[in-house]
Design a protein around this ligand. Structure first.
Ligand code: ARG
Ligand code: ZN
Length: 883
């Protein structure tokens, strides 16, 4: 499994992978070493003889010298765990080829050749789920980033673009549906019980966008008429029984296609768009040209089996993959260091789409919560990297929240600075200039400068420097002038000890504290270490509202009094800023409590202020329930930990639960009333009913700590009366954290009701692994032995162990048992599926920010891992985490 990266050829031959390996560490790839590939591969023809146990692949590459690259007398075709069964050059059997690691090197003397290589692969044995693999009896592929080389030998790098012609054949009964990229050109009967299909994709694409699917599938079929009047056939392919759960995905797809035309001017470019749902998948979904392959989790939904959150996830991921057709496929990446070029931009596009489909403020708050809950910790830990990394050993480890979510924030800042209209001119120019090319982040920035008229000279630092900038804001009042003093610090990150000041676009406004009137909102770009902005006309010190709409992905330290935060929490007209003031009120209280800075008087005062603020939120008739639900949500334990230099997870947990108990008791009548009111709203998928379900869950959660018996009763009644998964799951979540017969009965009922529905059984595992129950860790141990648990299915593994690793009170058990469990999982999973295994390393990598006792125990497990024989994926994450 551990096929080392190929070292540079000693004779200085320029052929190489994406970038040349480091001479001292041949497994390290560096961005600055990029060289174009010496050969162009304008056309590829492939032939697949399909079988689950054995698939025979014939590949013919038409190659020609790349005039833009150095001369080479060989061609290097990447391979991974495959062998050439035969090699031909210009129809002559070749024997002068050699292997270099996994790669095939073939001497070539002329300027253009046809190269044929045969390979044999074993899909059923492919547990890594990269390349061609079997899932539920069907065949499917995942090629991004470097999976194509597990199917055939190829220059497997994103700057080699080819048109593909693919013939696939196999037993018709077993594989009645045969799908590939592009358009279907021919199909028919083959020998015996076989049949075949021939596909042609007219759009040149890199190998990572190749896809093939064969199996017993049924389609939800529909069509879409594009802005220029072309008819596109749409199919969502699933297993037979799943067809009734594809409606939402289809609606989401059609909405995405329309939205991309209207908002970005992007039209679809083939006559066919296929989506296939597979149950074994390492990630969420994949944007293969004309043939998106999805994790079933992001396709299948109906009200009985999917929550409102699941519905949103499907809408967002369907949009994301569809949007990649332009931001990723028509314009692709030159090399994998540019990954954020397509991912950051496409995440921004899907976020804007979802904002338009539902509540924009709520979507913004949700996105910020993900960023701060996942990306900020990444950016302050040993795995911190810029959105355009400088080096990697295994690119799969760089499909991170930094590349995706911070990448989106960086482009969003450009949009904020340019305004929507000029931003659109920038993206238009980008698509026009680079259509059909493999581009770089620098290309994007330049198109933004030229198209949107921005000067992004210093802004490029956002691509170079890792770490979350910290902005310190202080308000000074003198006569009638209010001065806002701003300063910034960018923390040191691995390999980047010194940082330069970044341009930070901050939307801010000042409120008159007596009249509640707000001055005009300003966009201030803090582009120096310090800056002061003066505002006239304030007889009294105003209240500062800063980073409105979360205009920059930074942390803000503001010298605001508790009264100011209460003021903003009650009346800031920017929904994000209002949410933020409330969060800060709670974070300050919990931080002080955890650090032992609260005497009982200060504690009471703080609790009362928070209670009043929440009470106002509960009573505010101008809020819709969806926004109310956001405002009621307490900051997560992880987020609180992130605000502390060194965190004691047990204390954070105890204080947060304690505060919730106080609030639950203080506002018990209000929460019960809220639950009653919301329970009277009948089920529907409209915003009002969804909001009602959201606040219902919040009410139960507060009551679970404030009055557990009452909450258990209410939750059990909600569980039994539920006519949808959202209500059923939120009730079960609360019950799973409590003790009593209701817990046992509801868990048994849920399991029996949904036995056989893998996605819902995943929820059953995840609810128990993320529960507040004091014996959660023991529950997880027992569940690992459940007959439905398997290491072979990534969704199942994540549902048990990711949920557990994200559940601080269980994962951070004082004796280190949680750390040992995750390390054991990594060791067991790594030989089966290294990509998924390596994703469990980051939770252990937080050791530097945890109190000394636990920190040592976490480190111990990392060292135990480091001593083991690990995949390249996991080894890289472990060694960076120990750093
Ligand atoms: N490009 C895909 C997406 O963002 C992710 C594929 C990642 N695959 C991988 N093996 N790392 O939708
Ligand atoms: Zn993507």
């Amino acid at each position: 499994m551990d096929i080392a990266r190929t070292p540079a050829t000693p004779d200085g031959n320029p052929e190489m992978a994406d970038a040349a390996p480091d001479p001292v560490d041949p497994a390290l790839f560096r961005r600055k070493d990029y060289r174009p590939f010496p050969w162009l591969v304008p056309e590829v023809a492939m032939d697949f003889a399909l079988g689950l146990e054995r698939t025979d692949v014939t590949t013919v590459l038409r190659v020609a010298r790349n005039p833009a690259a150095e001369h080479a007398d060989t061609i290097r075709l990447n391979g991974d765990e495959i062998e050439p069964a035969g090699v031909w050059v210009d129809d002559e059997p070749a024997s002068d080829w050699r292997m270099d690691g996994g790669d095939l090197i073939i001497p070539l003397s002329g300027d253009a050749h046809d190269i044929r290589v045969d390979t044999v692969v074993a899909p059923s044995a492919n547990t890594k789920l990269m390349g061609l693999y079997a899932s539920d009896g069907m065949l499917c592929t995942q090629c991004e980033s470097e999976g194509f080389r597990r199917i055939t030998f190829f220059p497997d790098r994103p700057d080699v673009l080819s048109t593909y012609r693919v013939r696939m054949a196999g037993p018709k009964a077993q594989f009645p549906v045969l799908l590939c990229n592009g358009n279907l050109e021919a199909e028919g009967a083959g020998e015996g019980d076989h049949h075949f299909a021939e596909w042609h994709d007219p759009w040149p694409k890199p190998s990572y966008l190749f896809a093939l699917v064969a199996g017993q599938l049924v389609a939800n079929s529909d069509s879409f008429t594009t802005m220029s009047g072309r008819e596109v056939a749409l199919n969502i392919w699933v297993r037979d029984g799943d067809l009734p759960r594809t409606g939402h995905a289809m609606e989401s797809l059609k909405k995405s296609m329309r939205w991309d035309e209207e908002v970005f001017g992007r039209e679809y470019d083939l006559d066919l768009f296929n989506v296939v749902a597979v149950s074994d998948f390492n990630m969420g979904a994949m944007e293969n040209k004309g043939l998106n392959v999805f994790n079933t989790k992001y396709v299948l939904a109906d009200e009985d089996t999917a929550t409102d959150g699941d519905f949103d996830g499907i809408e967002g991921v369907i949009a994301h993959e569809y949007f990649h057709n332009w931001s990723g496929n028509r314009v692709t990446c030159r090399d994998w260091f540019q990954l954020s070029l397509k991912e950051g931009f496409t995440v921004l596009r899907d976020q804007l789409f979802s904002q338009d489909m539902g509540s924009a403020p709520v979507k913004r708050i949700e996105d910020v919560r993900v960023l701060r809950g996942v990306q900020f910790p990444e950016d302050s830990g040993p795995l911190a990297h810029p959105i355009r990394p400088d080096s990697y050993k295994e690119i799969s480890n760089f499909y991170t929240s930094t590349i995706y979510n911070k990448g989106a924030e960086v482009i969003r800042m450009m949009r904020t600075m340019a305004g929507e209209q000029r931003f659109r001119q920038g993206t238009d120019l980008y698509f026009e200039r680079h259509d059909g090319e493999a581009a770089t982040c620098e290309d994007f920035v330049r198109a933004m400068e030229d198209g949107a008229g921005l000067d992004l000279g210093q802004f490029r630092l956002w691509y170079e420097q890792a770490g979350t900038p910290r902005v310190i804001a202080r308000l000074e009042h003198d006569g009638t002038t209010a001065k806002v003093h701003l300063s910034q610090e960018v923390p040191a990150t691995p390999g980047q000890p010194h940082k330069r000041p970044m341009p930070i676009p901050l939307k801010l406004a000042l409120f008159d504290r007596d009249t509640y009137e707000r001055g005009e909102e300003q966009l201030v770009v803090l582009d120096e270490a310090q800056k002061t902005i003066a505002f006239g006309g304030f007889a009294e010190t105003p209240v500062l509202s800063i980073n409105r709409g979360f205009s920059a992905p930074v942390t803000i330290a503001r010298e605001a009094s508790r009264d100011d935060l209460v003021f903003l929490a009650a009346r800031d007209d920017d929904p994000f800023a209002r949410y933020e003031a409330l969060q800060e009120l709670v974070v300050r209280q919990l931080k002080d409590a955890v650090e032992g800075k609260l005497d009982s008087e200060a504690r009471d005062k703080g609790e009362l202020a928070i209670g009043d603020a929440l009470s106002a939120v509960l009573a505010d008739g101008n809020l819709d329930d969806s926004m109310r639900g956001e405002l009621l949500l307490l900051p997560s334990e992880g987020y609180i930990a992130e605000t502390l230099a060194v965190a004691d997870p047990a204390r954070i947990h105890a204080e947060r639960r304690g505060l919730r108990a106080v609030l639950g008791r203080m506002l018990e009548a209000e929460f019960v009333a809220l639950h009653d009111r919301a329970s009277a709203v009948p089920f529907s998928l409209d915003a009002e009913a969804r909001g009602a379900r959201k606040v219902k869950a919040q009410a139960l959660v507060y009551l679970a700590d404030g009055n557990p018996e009452r909450s258990a009763e209410m939750a059990f009644a909600q569980y039994q009366g539920a006519d949808n998964m959202t209500d059923r799951q939120s009730a079960l979540m609360v019950l799973t954290g409590l003790d009593g017969v209701e817990r046992t009965n509801a868990l048994i009922d849920f399991y029996n009701r949904y036995q056989g529905n893998a996605l819902v059984i995943d929820k059953w595992f995840a609810l128990q692994a993320s529960s507040m129950h004091p014996h959660c860790l023991e529950h997880v141990k027992a569940l690992a032995g459940h007959r439905d648990f398997t290491l072979k299915n990534p969704n199942r593994v994540r549902s048990l162990y990711m949920a557990f690793a994200a559940n601080p009170h269980a994962f951070h058990a004082a004796d280190g048992e949680g750390y040992r469990m995750i390390a054991n999982l990594i060791l067991a999973l790594d030989p089966i599926n290294p990509q998924t295994a390596s994703r469990f390393v980051p939770p252990l990598g937080r050791w530097r920010r945890i109190e000394p006792g636990r920190s040592a125990l976490m480190r111990e497990q990392l060292e135990r891992l480091a001593a083991a024989d690990l995949s390249r994926d996991t080894a890289e994450q472990v060694s960076r985490s120990l750093g």
